[in-house]
Design a protein around this ligand. Structure first.
Ligand SMILES: [Zn+2]
Ligand SMILES: [Zn+2]
Length: 179
């Protein structure tokens, strides 16, 4: 079973291939890259952010249906995301329909007035993208701060995670995907 990775046309250039490869390595699966043909909606003018739930609604109701997609689907976007009750989210997954979204907005050093670094952006996007797809594959949050399924609340917590699943999560994933 592969993973389809959709790229918002405004997502950062040049990171698609390395991010896709890292996600494939992290989850031990194949990835396919597709340019997202729709507009990313859910824009909230007051917050100047996009509602991640509305983005997933669109993926579920339009994209997955129209193209009859059965594989887990991850949209990578540069828009800053929120869900009701949170200032922001790095990403969001909806396992019931197999769709997830991850935002590069707060994964970029520029957001924190730090020196731009593509490798940082690639690593973080891969870790958070794999994290959301991990939810689609049945994984929950992990208490191991170095595991990709750990839920980071800050950039430093995200950077502390390694580009791997801990042994427990790896085992759970293997059990779930070999059925
Ligand atoms: Zn999570
Ligand atoms: Zn874990």
């Amino acid at each position: 079973m592969g993973i389809k990775i959709l790229w918002d046309q405004q997502s950062p250039a040049g990171i698609q291939l390395p991010v896709s490869r890292l996600i494939a390595m992290l989850l031990d699966t194949e990835t396919e890259t597709i340019e997202y043909p729709l507009l990313v909606d859910g824009y909230d003018r007051e917050r100047d952010q996009h509602d991640a739930q509305k983005i997933l609604d669109r993926l579920q109701n339009t994209f997955i249906r129209r193209y009859a997609i059965a594989e887990p689907l991850l949209l990578v976007t540069s828009r800053d995301l929120f869900v009701n009750g949170c200032d922001f989210v790095f990403g969001l997954a909806r396992p019931s329909c197999g769709a997830a979204v991850v935002s590069t907005a707060r994964l970029d050093n520029a957001y924190y007035s730090r020196m731009p670094n593509d490798d940082d952006l690639i690593d973080r996007t891969a870790k958070e993208g794999a994290h959301e797809v991990g939810h689609l594959l049945g994984l929950g949050h992990c208490s191991n701060p170095e595991c990709v399924m750990f839920r980071p609340r800050t950039l430093d917590e995200l950077d502390r995670k390694k580009k791997m699943l801990c042994p427990d999560c790896s085992e759970t994933l293997a059990l779930r995907t070999c059925r």
